[in-house]
Design a protein around this ligand. Structure first.
Ligand code: SAM
Length: 226
């Protein structure tokens, strides 16, 4: 029976990968990658020489057919994204769902746990993380304002992913809708310029205004619950 491994990879520091993940990447027949060039860096570091095939959110149905064919041939496959855990605001859920629909018990789908920016950020935030709401990436336009109005009512910690292009806009919205609520921002986790800062939206806006060089990299934004 074919196996499809869903493998978490590092979110910056290439050492953040498990022994099991490295072993399985060495054992599978093919690695499905969000971007083969990004995954190549990881494979080169661990001297993993395996064929790769790109699979991402814009992949055509013919790509899924190709993957089905490999599963029928009882090949073992690994799915990785550029960073972190596949399917968490990353490609893969459609594939996993289609493979389950098509093969049911006829394929083993095995998660290989590891890094995720969400869990890493929450773990160091100091915010309650026994219950939280994860919003992925916020909508750019439609539904954005409604979402902020919902966030302000939430009792649980709220976390979402943000890009450097939108972080200031988002902090302005948080200032408008949540006022004095405590925000924690985890930036560039596991990388050289890793930073975890907290404050009210206004304090954070002031910080980024005075430190424009820090509006760079990858962000997880967390909001203290009520
Ligand atoms: N699947 C990934 C995971 O499990 O973490 C998330 C992929 S999502 C496309 C990418 C977003 O995750 C970034 O825009 C950023 O918000 C967050 N992210 C990824 N790596 C990060 C890091 N090293 N530090 C902070 N946030 C990060």
């Amino acid at each position: 029976m074919s196996k499809l491994y869903i493998i978490a990879t590092p979110i910056g520091n290439l050492e953040d990968i498990t022994f099991r993940a490295v072993r399985i990447l060495n054992e599978v027949d093919l690695i499905l990658c969000e971007d083969t060039r990004v995954t190549k860096k990881l494979l080169d570091k661990y001297e993993i020489k395996k064929p790769t095939l790109s699979y991402h959110q814009h992949s055509k149905i013919s790509k899924v057919d190709k993957i089905f064919e490999l599963i029928r041939e009882e090949k073992n496959l690994a799915l990785v994204s550029d960073a972190g855990t596949p399917t968490i605001s990353d490609p893969g859920s459609v594939l996993v769902s289609k493979v389950r629909e098509e093969f049911g018990e006829g394929v083993e789908i095995i998660p290989i746990p590891g890094a995720s920016a969400l869990v890493s950020a929450l773990s160091a935030s100091g915010l309650t993380a026994d219950q939280f709401v994860f919003l992925g990436f916020l909508p750019h336009k439609k539904g954005r304002e409604t979402l902020f109005k919902e966030i302000v009512e939430m009792k649980r910690t709220v976390a979402f992913y943000e890009s450097p292009h939108r972080i200031i806009k988002t902090l302005n919205s948080l200032k408008e809708f949540t006022g004095e609520r405590k925000i924690v921002i985890a930036r560039e986790l596991t990388k050289i310029y890793e930073q975890i800062i907290s404050g009210t939206p206004e304090e954070l806006l002031k910080y980024f205004e005075e430190n424009q060089g820090k509006i760079k990299g990858e962000f997880v934004v967390m909001i203290k619950g009520l």
